[in-house]
Write a protein that binds this ligand. Structure first.
Ligand SMILES: [Fe+2]
Length: 295
């Protein structure tokens, strides 16, 4: 494998070519990838043959223990490490994955779990005519560019993370139900019919400033999509502080917006970069495969 990394003309991100999923990953190539990820946070793999599910799991597993998010989201798949992110619904009216076609606000995957997401691998298998962008922002630089007094104020604080705003809304108004909500409900009804029991989707509390377990770099670890409040702070104060931090994190100079092509595999620093996606025409299919390592 002869890996080549080229920075994108953006505040973060680089392309990576020369990768072959069928070849075992040598430790020196793993190092090259990790170093590039530390530097650029987002690596767009291009020009490779799409990996089989098995090869994809093997490759992602070289970077850490893999999350089995499908078990929480009720996706019945051969490889529980591969989360199908899609709005496609099967003939049985059950979605073939998770997420629908709705917009996702800025978030860090698996921040609501005790062992939070570390790296993620997201591959575009099928895209709508006008693919929604996925945007990434740099939470290391966000922290580095906060006033010192703000950082000291944040240091002892902890935040509560939950995806109850995304899924698992028990009392949702049927009129307002999105395809994501409907899909989640359909999967839960199927599970109930089949007598399948699943563990609850977790919730977690983490320090507002976290240290990356491998690089040791500190990051601002709160997101509009998943962080619900600062622990022990009145909700209005907490909302105001989080709004201020999110606005700081998502300034254009900290953001890269990725325009997807079929076959793109984007590896990103789940821990240090928040991401968001736009909504798209719900009638058009989009199918992504995602794997994540955990801290
Ligand atoms: Fe995500």
């Amino acid at each position: 494998m002869k890996l080549e990394i080229r920075p994108l003309p953006a505040p973060l991100g680089a392309t990576l070519t020369g990768w072959n999923a069928e070849e075992a990953l040598r430790s020196e190539d793993r190092e090259v990838i990790l170093q590039a990820l530390r530097q650029h946070l987002v690596l767009v793999f291009r020009g490779h043959r799409p990996p089989s599910d098995e090869a994809f799991v093997r490759f992602a597993g070289c970077f850490g223990d893999l999350v089995k998010g499908t078990e929480w989201f009720g996706d019945m798949v051969e490889f529980p490490e591969i989360l199908p992110i899609t709005n496609i619904v099967g003939d049985d009216e059950i979605p073939k994955g998770t997420g629908g076609s709705v917009e996702f606000a800025w978030h860090a995957d698996y921040s609501y779990v005790e062992r939070v997401g570390k790296e993620s691998f997201l591959e575009a298998v099928e895209l709508p005519e006008q693919p929604p962008q996925t945007c990434f922002c740099n939470q290391y630089v966000a922290l580095d560019t906060l006033p010192r007094a703000t950082v000291e104020m944040l240091r002892p604080l902890r935040a509560f993370h939950s995806i109850s705003g995304f899924v698992d809304r028990e009392n949702i108004d049927p009129e307002a139900e999105s395809d994501m909500d409907a899909g989640y409900r359909a999967k839960r009804e199927r599970d109930a019919r089949l007598g399948i029991e699943r563990s609850q989707i977790p919730e977690a509390i983490h320090p507002v400033i976290l240290r990356h377990p491998d690089s040791g770099r500190e990051v601002l670890y709160v997101s509009p999509g998943i962080t619900r409040h600062i622990v022990g702070m009145p909700q209005d104060e907490s909302d105001a502080l989080l709004d201020e931090l999110h606005a700081h994190s998502t300034r254009p100079e900290l953001v890269y917006g990725h325009d997807w092509q079929v076959g793109d595999l984007v590896m990103f620093d789940t821990f240090g970069a928040m991401h968001r996606r736009d909504a798209w025409d719900a009638k058009q299919p989009r199918f992504m495969r995602q794997l994540s390592t955990m801290c």
